[in-house]
Design a protein around this ligand. Structure first.
Ligand SMILES: [Fe+2]
Length: 250
């Protein structure tokens, strides 16, 4: 059973809010990182490409997804904004990997809901600026499993692919991730894509515990991470302009 139950008006309002946030994040990400316009993110009039906007609209018109996003937004706005940007980055990567429409939509949903389990963690731990103690670390590291649990229990319309991506977004190719310490191909493609988008976003944005790194610092840091799928990272960074020069390889 889905947890939809709010009034149509609220749903409509939130639908528009989430969609607006996704479109704006899309625009800002592309401008900030000068994503190559051959990704068709923008047309020549600087408008978000019709197709990508259409896919975002589809995601945002789903009542369950909207409810989830709204709960996250009201619980912890920075995590919500992080999730919106991760969703957008996942969709861009999906497009670069020539995923079909449905898979790009699933990537967007998984990116948007990958941290939903943080709803189950006390807010003072999520927003703690200093070092976490051992118990707090365990709680924080439980969030990918609890995100999947939360979605499975409350939102049965969410696809299995999305759930798999959500639970595996902190798994690492070298087995150092969590919750199941999966290795290499044991980790789903969707989980590996969210991992790249998640780290890219987290590292290059201001967080309660660190300042935003530059795009060059972010890429250099990510290239040293053995646990990330470097093929996905390379494909993505080929479309990023570090010095106002497009570095597209095709
Ligand atoms: Fe996470």
């Amino acid at each position: 059973m889905d947890m939809a139950g709010d009034t149509q008006l609220l749903i409509k309002k939130q639908t528009n809010g989430l969609e607006k946030d996704m479109l704006l994040s899309y625009k800002l990400l592309c401008e900030k990182h000068s994503l190559d316009d051959r990704t068709s993110v923008y047309d020549t009039n600087n408008k978000v490409s019709h197709l990508m906007a259409e896919r975002m609209k589809q995601i945002c018109s789903n009542t369950s997804i909207n409810n989830c996003a709204y709960k996250l937004e009201t619980y912890d706005k920075p995590t919500y904004m992080h999730s919106v940007r991760v969703a957008v980055l996942c969709m861009i990567i999906g497009k670069l990997m020539n995923f079909d429409k449905n898979n790009i939509i699933e990537l967007g949903i998984a990116g948007l809901l990958h941290d939903i389990g943080k709803l189950l963690i006390p807010i003072n731990i999520i927003t703690k600026p200093g070092k976490l103690d051992e118990i707090e670390k365990i709680l924080i590291n439980s969030h990918s499993a609890s995100s999947a649990y939360y979605l499975r229990e409350n939102y049965t319309s969410i696809s299995k692919n999305v759930i798999v991506g959500v639970v595996e977004h902190h798994e690492r190719l070298d087995g150092t991730g969590y919750p199941r310490h999966l290795k290499g191909n044991e980790i789903s493609l969707i989980g590996r894509i969210i991992a790249v988008a998640d780290i890219f976003e987290a590292y290059s944005s201001n967080r309660s515990y660190h300042k935003a790194r530059t795009i060059t610092e972010t890429i250099e840091f990510m290239q040293k991470l053995n646990g990330l799928d470097q093929r996905i990272l390379n494909l993505f960074i080929c479309h990023i302009d570090k010095n106002n020069n497009v570095i597209a390889l095709y």
